[in-house]
Design a protein around this ligand. Sequence first.
Ligand SMILES: Cc1ncc(COP(=O)(O)O)c(C=O)c1O
Length: 460
Amino acid sequence: MAYDIADLFARRERERFAMHSRNLNEQMVRVLKAIGYDVGFCRGEGQYLYDRQGTRYLDLLSGFGVFAIGRNHPALREALKSILDSELPNLVQMDVSTLAGILAERLLAHVPYLDKALFLNSGSEAVEAAIKFARAATGRPGIVYCEHAFHGLSYGALSLNGDDIFRNGFEPLLPGCVRVPFNDLVGLERALHSHTIAAFIVEPIQGKGVNVPTNDYLKNAAELCRRHGTLFVADEVQTGIGRTGRFLAVEHWNVEPDMVLLAKTLSGGHVPVAAILGRKKIFDKVFDCMERAVAHGSTFGGNDLAMAAGIATLDVLASERLIEKAARTGEYLLRSLATMIPQYEFLHEVRGKGLMIGIEFGPPKSLKLKASWHALETSREGLFCQLITMPLFKEHKILSQVASHTSHTIKLLPALVISDADCLSIVSAFNSVIADSERVPGAIWSLGKALVGHAVRASA
Ligand SMILES: Cc1ncc(COP(=O)(O)O)c(C=O)c1O
């Protein structure tokens, strides 16, 4: 039977919002309609998305960071097709996978101080594994995590989530999890003192807010952990594999974690995959005898399509020198966006590393703008950023996101393949939209009034 999923997509795509309202998450449809993102994307290529009219959008979300090599990269498609055409045995379970062996070898070559890998299917699963491995390796129950952290939404990962909007309604969570402020060594040491803490799990740069630590934080945190017998775990699900201009973000600070968690980029965007990399002595505690050869794992972990996606992604990153490119492009964007700070009252800070960039807004100084800011922000905290992201989308065809609930930071997480021309259009679009936001009254503030109306109705 000839199977044409693209044709099925074309025939039904106009019904997508109705189908989702009816059968999936109707709140998501409401959100998309409220912010005008309901254009119905029909094609993706590289760093771009195309709507049904064929209008091109520059995607600064990259599927929450999964399309680092760009959408539908030809090498990735070839790799996946070659798996489907090859009749490989795949997931025999009572065998070990050759392709998993190859991908583990290639990943560990980037992290020579770690010895072992295990493949899973999502970032959250890697976090769950890290919690279990840390407990098994140390015999301790506790896990320390940071305020504003995001490690995923399964129960263990959610127990390490620093944002109550995700936790509310789902408690009780995993016991023994201790929250400390990010970038605060005193708080960390206080938490580690009990000697009941198996691991400190931390994002080198926090995804929610793009919070970058001070230069000595991670190095000293790792040292504190070593001194207290606690494992130092870098959750590089978002920052890892080139995003920040290094293979791992911890390399910016010369830190060698006991475990590293990877996902997102490794998939090439197409096949979910995650990896936990760790020291042999940790893995040996988990898989400590033949009876426990399957003490942790997942049915689909290490499947051939996922391994092929990982291998092809690493090849593309190397052959197109995308990690170096991310460092260079990121530096340019950071510098160019930061030059606007003195011009605009609302623009407070630009920060990040490589192509993980946060643009932070905040209250203005002048009375005229202050009144508008407060009217908007009292109706719902964080609403101001929508006044920037919505015109960026509508007028400039740039897809972007607010860094977290109630945040005043817009996060840029584009494909690492973005061009110099893309960077110029990002800078010019932000320049124009921020300038418009400082014109009161003006089109942007009419939009602001509409958003306040939405916020009031949504909370009613
Ligand atoms: C740092 C970090 N850890 C874990 C996760 C969870 O990954 P997943 O959504 O694949 O479960 C995310 C997802 O955004 C993340 O950014």
